[in-house]
Write a protein that binds this ligand. Structure first.
Ligand code: NAP
Length: 533
């Protein structure tokens, strides 16, 4: 395991300054050994929180009107600063999360990659959504005014880091990157499961703010309990939107708090998904051992602590399904449990598995082995049939970690019935051949209403970061079904349209001026006109 050289201060970073908190301390924790980690992290109080949100508000005007080049260079500088930390970052993240080095190296690349992708988005400028309906002074019976629309950032954004992606969905992760790309200052609440990792990345962001000469309030990293400081952050009148990844209970609590404000604000919470996978007869005619190994790999990867982990598979009853179940047993039996992120998450997993295993009509299909470290329970696959699945809500709940339920079906109607009963999902996966198309077709319109991403002959884990990706879906997958938390479309969550009517050119915001100084593509009178035309 790599060792760490950097010294950690154990304090929040509020508008560029290290601020020892006045509200007690919390320590990181090594889930592989149950050892407490140093340093202790000081927790801020409400007054210190107000300093962070006030600084964010003060930074808004200058940050939201940055020219595209400086804005993009800032995002690239964050990526560069994260890379410059070197091996210390992954070393600390490994100790705090139990995640393996290769996984964390990949996650760091994803984190810097998405920052650079958002830099490209900012330079290109389509997110500004420029629309121009030129004046028609001679229109009868009334002249038409000149109306110009663009999207503007919402204001300071609160981001809650996820435990399961200490880099890619934490301090400089997708929510922070998309909010900063939109032009919104960010107040980031660190997750207690990786406080040191958060500090290292928080410094990289604060340094980038300073390197580019931006207002220091553009970014603050705070440590504090969710129940007090997290709630106070979401209800702070200066905060205008929230990004969150975590539990269903945490996400819905934040949605409720935001909705109860005198000025309600949007909360983009990504919460709970069991990611159904549908196996059709044709797909099981191939090598079932290869398919079973891929399934087990997807269930157990990162100890199953992925929001897209396949927690539910539908497999035909009869010989083909029996052969697949036997292959899953062969593949899972030698698989050892891996360290889970926290003791609490491991305990929640064990409780969930015990509850599922105790349900009438549910049996164990396959079980792996206990891992060699602490908090590394044996992965499990359970089995049942469609009627049992339809009548018991416990079978629909997410068990966060390496567990999955195999549901045997007897007809295509079974599948449609089961799909109709599903809650909202991040993904739905189909394993099929051409011979299965007629069976699959009636299922697709049902899945489209349930999931944010539908994929064929692959596995939902491993989410591509790009322009077309959707990592979202109906509740409880997310709190706002209209968007995504992964990919460039995520920037739209932190923007709103404003129309300018008959405003003189010299007073218009730069993106809307007639001369188009930022070379933006524009929708003029309904037609997209590319910048070069
Ligand atoms: P969590 O308990 O929801 O916590 C996430 C963050 O939100 C933490 O910083 C927490 O602060 C804060 N928070 C939680 N409840 C809050 C509330 N009512 N008000 C204000 N802030 C609140 O999630 P977790 O600790 O990462 O994991 C626990 C469970 O979440 C897992 O067992 C799993 O079921 C689920 N999970 C799901 C996904 C997914 O992608 N679907 C990802 C990660 C976790 P404090 O810790 O300071 O309270």
């Amino acid at each position: 395991m790599p060792t760490m050289q950097a010294t950690l201060a154990g304090h929040s970073i509020i508008a560029g300054r290290e601020v020892p908190g006045n509200g007690g301390t919390v320590n990181g924790f090594n889930p592989a050994t149950n050892a407490v980690l140093e340093p202790a992290y000081t927790l801020i109080d409400r007054e210190q929180l107000a300093a962070a949100t006030t600084a964010a508000e003060e930074a808004f005007e200058s940050f939201s009107s940055l020219d595209p080049e400086t804005h993009a260079a800032f995002l690239e500088k964050i990526a560069e600063n994260i890379e410059a930390v070197g091996a210390d970052l992954v070393a600390r993240a490994m100790i705090e999360t139990g995640l393996p080095e290769a996984r964390l190296n990949g996650e760091r690349a994803r984190t810097t990659g998405q920052l650079r992708l958002f830099a490209a988005v900012v330079r290109q400028g389509d997110h500004r959504g420029v629309r121009i309906d030129p004046a028609l002074p001679d229109r009868q019976p009334m002249p038409r005014p000149d109306i110009r629309q663009r999207k503007v950032p919402l204001g300071p954004v609160a981001v809650f880091g996820a435990s399961n992606f200490p880099l890619a969905f934490s301090t400089a992760g997708g929510d922070t990157a998309s909010a900063l790309a939109a032009g919104c200052p960010v107040v980031f609440k660190a997750h207690n499961a990786h406080p040191g990792t958060s500090e290292i990345v928080g410094r990289a962001i604060a340094d980038a703010v300073r390197d580019l000469g931006l207002h220091p309030g553009v970014f603050s990293l705070i440590y504090g309990p969710g129940s007090s400081i997290g709630q106070a952050l979401v209800t702070d009148p200066l905060i205008k939107a929230v990004g969150f990844t975590g539990s269903r209970s945490g996400g819905t609590a934040l949605v409720a708090a935001a909705a109860a404000r005198p000025e309600p604000i949007p909360v983009y919470a990504e919460m709970s998904s069991i990611n159904p996978v549908f196996f059709f007869e044709g797909a099981l005619a191939g090598d079932v051992d290869v398919l079973a190994q891929a399934y087990v790999g997807s269930v157990t990867g990162s100890s199953g602590q992925l929001c897209t982990s396949p927690g539910l598979v539908f497999v035909p009853a009869g010989e083909a399904g029996d052969a697949f179940a036997a292959a899953v047993n062969r593949a899972l039996a030698p698989a050892a449990g891996q360290t889970m992120l926290t003791k609490g998450i491991a305990e929640a997993w064990s409780a969930g598995v015990a509850e599922l295993g105790a349900q009438d009509g549910v049996e164990v299909v396959a079980r792996g082995e206990q891992g060699p470290t602490e908090n590394a329970p044996a992965p499990a696959v359970f089995g049942t049939d469609v009627p049992t699945f339809l009548e018991n809500g416990v079978l629909h709940q997410e068990i966060f970690g390496a567990a999955s339920l195999m549901v045997r079906y007897t007809s295509a109607t079974d599948l449609v019935d089961a799909a109709r009963r599903l809650e909202g999902q991040l993904t739905a996966t189909l394993h099929l051949t051409e011979a299965d198309h007629a069976t699959v077709a009636p299922l697709l319109p049902v899945l489209e209403r349930k999931a944010g991403r539908i994929l064929a002959n692959g596995w939902p884990t491993g989410v591509e970061v790009g322009h077309a990706m959707v990592h979202g879906g109906p509740f409880p997958a997310t709190s706002d079904t209209r968007t995504t938390s992964v990919g460039t479309l995520a920037i739209e969550r932190f923007l709103r349209p404003v129309a300018y009517q008959n405003i003189p050119d010299g007073l218009l915001p730069v993106p809307l001026r007639e001369a188009n100084p930022w070379h933006l593509n524009r929708r003029i009178d309904g037609t997209i006109i590319l910048a070069g035309e």
